[in-house]
Design a protein around this ligand. Structure first.
Ligand code: SF4
Ligand code: FES
Length: 375
C-alpha cells in the first residue's frame, strides 16, 4: 500500500477527481431495517460534526470538482440542523440530493428544506403494503408516514427517486414495487438487491434471494424498462452472489466518489473501515484534496497495480476493478483478493452454493437494527 499513486518511473500521479460525495451526517435512525449496511459500531450523536465543519467540507469538495452531494445517514432528518447543512451545501454550489426514510420530517420542515436548497429527494420504501413495509422496517406506522411524505413531496414539486432494497422476502413483489413508484410520480426507481455489509450480514439467511428469484427479477426489470421508457428510469443493482461477475463497487476505489462519516472520517466507501490496515483521515484535520490525492487509504486500491491474479491478467480489470474490496475482506479474509462473487475466484463455487442454501432455508426472524435515539 502506497502513500501516493506513482507512475512507472516512480513519479507521483494525480488521480481522477471525484464527482460525488456521500455525506452521512448522522447514524441515528428511527427505522430498524435488518439490511442496514451501516457499520456495526455506529457514531454517537455527540461525535457528529457540527454544521460549520460540514460547510467547510462541502466547500472543499466543490473545489475538488465534486458536483453533487448525497445527504444521507442513518436518517438525516434526525438532525435538527439539517436545513442549515443543506443550505451550506447549496452555497458551495453542489447539487443536493436528500436520501431519507421520510420518517420524522414534517411538512413544514420539508418546505424549509426546499427553501434551503434540496434539489432532489430519494425516498426509501420497504414494501408495497402497510403490513410488509412496517414489518421489514421494524417501525409500526411507517407505511402511512411514508405515503404522507410522498404526497408532500409532490405538492412541493420535488423530483423523486424511490429506493427499494429487494431480498428474498419481497423480491417476488417487484412488479408491484415498480407500479407503486409510478403511482407516486417518481422519475426514477433504484432497485438494489440487498448487499451484505454491516448489519445486513447478521440477516444473511433471512434476506438472501435464490438464483431463480434473481433471474426473475432481471427479466422483470428488463421488461419494465421497455414498458416505462420515457416515463420512469429503473436503476438496478442485481444479486451479485448469483452473477458471473462482480459490480464495479464505487465505480472503482478512489475514482469517482467518496464518503464522509458522521464524525468527519473520510472514506473511500461506506464499509472501508472493515478493512484492517487502512489509515483514514478526518476532514477536520486535513484538507480534502490532500486526503483524496495522497492518503494511504485512498491509494490502497487505486488503479490496477495492486491486483493479484486472476484479476491482474483479466480483461475485465478496468471494467469492475476486481469487484468490492469490502466484500473480498468479508468473504475471503483478504481485501486484495478477487471478489469471491466473481466466477473466476476459487471461492466462488462454494459461495454460490452457500447463498443458494441460505435462500432456500426456512427464513428465521429478522435481527432488527435498534439504535440509540439520542446517541
Ligand atoms: Fe473482475 Fe477480477 Fe473477476 Fe476479472 S477476475 S471479472 S477483474 S473480479
Ligand atoms: Fe467498500 Fe465495495 S463497499 S469497496
Amino acid at each position: 500500500m502506497t502513500d501516493h499513486l506513482k507512475d512507472i518511473d516512480g513519479n507521483p500521479v494525480t488521480p481522477n477527481l471525484p464527482i460525488a460525495l456521500l455525506a452521512e451526517i448522522t447514524h441515528r435512525c428511527p427505522l430498524a431495517c435488518p439490511y442496514c449496511s451501516n457499520p456495526i459500531e455506529l457514531t454517537r450523536a455527540a461525535q457528529e460534526m457540527p454544521p460549520e465543519d460540514w460547510a467547510r467540507a462541502f466547500r472543499q469538495a466543490a473545489d475538488l470538482g465534486v458536483l453533487q452531494v448525497h445527504i444521507s445517514g442513518g436518517e438525516p432528518g434526525a438532525r435538527r440542523d439539517l436545513a442549515q447543512i443543506v443550505a451550506s451545501a447549496r452555497d458551495a454550489g453542489l447539487y443536493v440530493n436528500l436520501i431519507t426514510s421520510g420518517i420524522g420530517i414534517t411538512q413544514a420542515r420539508l418546505q424549509e428544506l426546499d427553501r434551503a436548497g434540496v434539489d432532489h429527494v430519494q425516498l426509501s420504501l420497504q414494501g408495497i403494503r402497510p403490513d410488509m413495509a412496517d414489518r421489514i422496517s421494524g417501525h409500526p406506522g411507517s407505511w402511512d408516514k411514508k405515503m404522507q411524505f410522498a404526497r408532500w413531496l409532490n405538492e412541493i414539486g420535488f423530483p423523486l427517486t424511490v429506493n427499494a432494497v429487494v431480498h428474498r422476502q419481497n423480491m417476488d413483489r417487484l412488479p408491484d414495487m415498480i407500479a407503486l413508484a409510478e403511482t407516486l410520480d417518481a422519475r426514477r426507481i433504484e432497485v438494489a438487491t440487498v448487499q451484505f455489509h454491516g448489519w445486513a450480514n447478521l440477516n444473511r439467511a433471512a434476506l438472501m434471494p435464490s438464483r431463480e428469484q434473481a433471474a426473475t427479477a432481471r427479466r422483470i426489470v428488463d421488461a419494465a424498462r421497455l414498458h416505462l421508457r420515457g416515463r420512469m428510469v429503473i436503476d438496478y443493482v442485481p444479486a451479485d452472489h448469483h452473477a458471473a461477475y462482480p459490480k464495479a463497487c464505487m465505480g472503482g476505489w478512489g475514482t469517482l466518489g467518496l464518503n464522509i462519516a458522521p464524525d468527519g472520517t473520510v472514506l473511500p466507501c461506506h464499509a472501508a473501515q472493515t478493512i484492517p490496515g487502512l489509515r483514514f483521515d478526518n476532514i477536520r484535520d486535513r484538507p480534502l484534496r490532500d486526503i483524496w490525492v495522497q492518503s494511504q487509504a485512498f491509494n490502497a486500491f487505486r488503479g490496477t497495480d495492486w491486483m493479484p491474479e486472476p484479476c491482474q491478467s483479466c480483461d475485465r480489470k478496468t471494467v469492475d476493478f476486481g469487484g468490492c474490496r469490502c466484500q473480498a475482506m468479508a468473504l475471503a479474509g483478504d481485501a486484495r483478493a478477487t471478489d469471491p462473487v466473481c466466477s473466476k475466484s476459487p471461492l466462488h463455487a462454494d459461495l454460490a452454493a452457500k447463498a443458494q442454501a441460505d435462500a432456500l432455508s426456512t427464513p428465521g426472524d429478522f435481527t432488527y437494527r435498534r439504535m440509540q435515539r439520542g446517541g
